[in-house]
Design a protein around this ligand. Structure first.
Ligand code: 13P
Ligand code: SF4
Length: 344
């Protein structure tokens, strides 16, 4: 079943990786490295981007991380500019945390179905109807939606924050991911009103085909991101955020893993465990019938060519109204403080 909200917008097909010869690729990589030095910029990439982009970030002193760490790293880096290879909400979060920096992205067309499924006007009207509830939004939202919230959370910290709010007797509005919200509700027993958005990549994982794959690979551990449907989560050995799944792939003794998240993550998993085998969990179809095939279409828009032109292009810089950014910083800071408190 797909959510009515997801059907309200079109989303792009996942493009194949850019085709170029190894010489062309090497030359592009070298020019990107030179550009980062010349422009005093750092490259910050998400785990779902192309392995070429992740390795460039690593080789140039940037970082490859989840959405929260990307923003934290960008904030602490002392360069004057950041190139954020990921999707738009990640660029916006970096800008909110580092308003003095120039934040560029390979393309601002790289968005996210969760962000698209939660337009600020509809969301704000919804929140107004339940003013007794604490508004908790996932990081995969626009700056305007964050500014309307009491808390921003990422998948790595969402359970702990909702647990904390539940212990305080708070009732919650959760947005936008219905699967993640449903998972957290089951885990915590909190009173949560769920916005009906979804990630078009994770929503495609199929439990029946996954159960068959598990039978064929009985020694494999199943790693599932909680943006997946409940029936897929039920089959998981580990449910967690991108970072938590990478950690599990390193720490578990299994030699095989079935992975239900964007397969860009395998670059890091394989780097830590070169001898382990990573198998993609089955999605909605194969070949022409496969919509995302476990590759986020928006993450795939981060090509080397666009990255190489990041400072020449004129339509790829993140700007946020400073008043809005200041308001959005409040729930973001609440999450950062909560996370820091937990680590003590
Ligand atoms: P993280 O917050 O773990 O980076 O995940 C972001 C995302 O888009 C998951 O689909
Ligand atoms: Fe958004 Fe899903 Fe892509 Fe993550 S994988 S950026 S949640 S559409």
């Amino acid at each position: 079943m797909s959510s009515p909200l997801a059907e309200k917008f079109e989303y792009p097909a996942t493009l194949p990786p850019e085709s170029m010869s190894s010489e062309e690729k090497e030359s592009l990589r070298e020019s990107i490295k030179a550009m980062l030095i010349r422009e005093d910029a750092a490259l910050v990439a998400h785990y779902y981007t192309d392995p070429d982009i992740q390795s460039l970030a690593e080789e140039t002193g940037g970082c490859v991380a989840d959405s929260l760490e990307m923003a934290r790293f960008g904030n602490q880096h002392n360069g004057s500019s950041l190139i954020v290879a990921g999707v738009k909400f990640m660029g916006e979060t970096s800008k909110i945390l580092s308003p003095e920096k120039r934040i560029l992205m390979p393309t601002l067309d790289a968005t996210c179905s969760l962000d698209l499924s939660c337009p600020i006007d509809e969301f704000s009207t919804f929140c107004d109807q339940y003013s007794d509830r604490t508004v908790v939004v996932y990081a995969n939202t626009s700056a305007a939606v964050k500014a309307r919230a009491d808390w921003v959370v990422t998948s790595g910290i969402a359970l702990d924050v909702i647990d904390h709010l539940e212990a305080e007797g708070k009732k919650v509005i959760w947005a936008p991911d219905r699967h993640l919200g449903n998972y957290i509700q089951k885990q915590t027993g909190a009173d949560m009103l769920l916005w009906q958005g979804e990630c078009i990549v994770h929503d495609e994982f199929k439990s029946k085909a996954l159960a068959e794959l598990i039978i064929q690979n009985p020694d494999a551990a199943v790693l599932v991101h909680p943006e997946s449907p409940a029936s897929v989560i039920e089959l998981a050995d580990v449910v967690g955020s991108t970072t938590q799944l990478i950690t599990a792939s390193r720490e578990l003794a299994n030699q095989q893993f079935i992975v239900a998240t964007d397969m860009g993550i395998v670059y890091k998993m394989q780097q830590y465990s070169p001898d382990k085998i990573f198998i993609a969990a089955p999605t909605g179809g194969t070949g022409a019938t496969c919509r995302s095939c476990a590759h986020c279409p928006w993450m795939r828009m981060n090509s080397l060519s666009l990255l190489a032109n990041a400072f020449e292009n004129t339509d790829n810089e993140i700007f946020i109204d400073p008043v809005l950014a200041e308001r959005a910083m409040i729930p973001l800071q609440r999450m950062l403080d909560f996370s820091a408190e937990q680590k003590r």
